[in-house]
Design a protein around this ligand. Sequence first.
Ligand code: XMP
Ligand code: MG
Length: 183
Amino acid sequence: MRAAEIADQLSNVLVTEEQIAERLEELAAEVVTDYEGKDLLLVGVLKGAVMVMADFARKLPRDITMDWMAVSSYGAGTKSSGVVQIRKDLDTDLTGKHVLIVEDIIDSGLTLSWLLENFASRGAASIEVLALLRKPDAAKVEIDCRYVGFDIPNDFVVGYGLDFDERFRNLRDVAVLAPHVYS
Ligand code: XMP
Ligand code: MG
């Protein structure tokens, strides 16, 4: 697809790559303070969190470890099913670990609430969540998310790791997907 065709499928840019970089810098400073003297394990949720993990982790001027989990709750559509499936589990034993889950977006919250419950049974010393984006108006369950990049309206967004049917993940900004693409 060429640039003009991509632009036709997007309504507007919601968060620019510069805004993301600036916000991740602020969150990194908070995390450094909050986890001083503690080992920190970042757990990225594949595939959407790849970009935020790569950029956020490199803004931390300290040692961390990193692991990945792949879950699915969406399929090819734009609505959460609430049915979560583990596609790839962690390689790390969470016992005694300070875990920070790194997510692209909290929409209904169903995926994270399932993940938090799953992690709680693995004996971590602490579990917190960092999400680049959050849609407060879409929440079906309340998620205690300690680090939020941006609260956004209840539109389907793509870019910076977020996809529609596996496309648009490599857009540098976060943009709203034009409704004609999925309706
Ligand atoms: P829930 O509803 O369980 O959603 O909080 C979690 C996962 O669903 C995906 N998701 C989106 N992906 N644009 C996307 O590209 C969106 O607007 C969107 N909303 C939810 C995402 O993978 C997230 O982790
Ligand atoms: Mg995701």
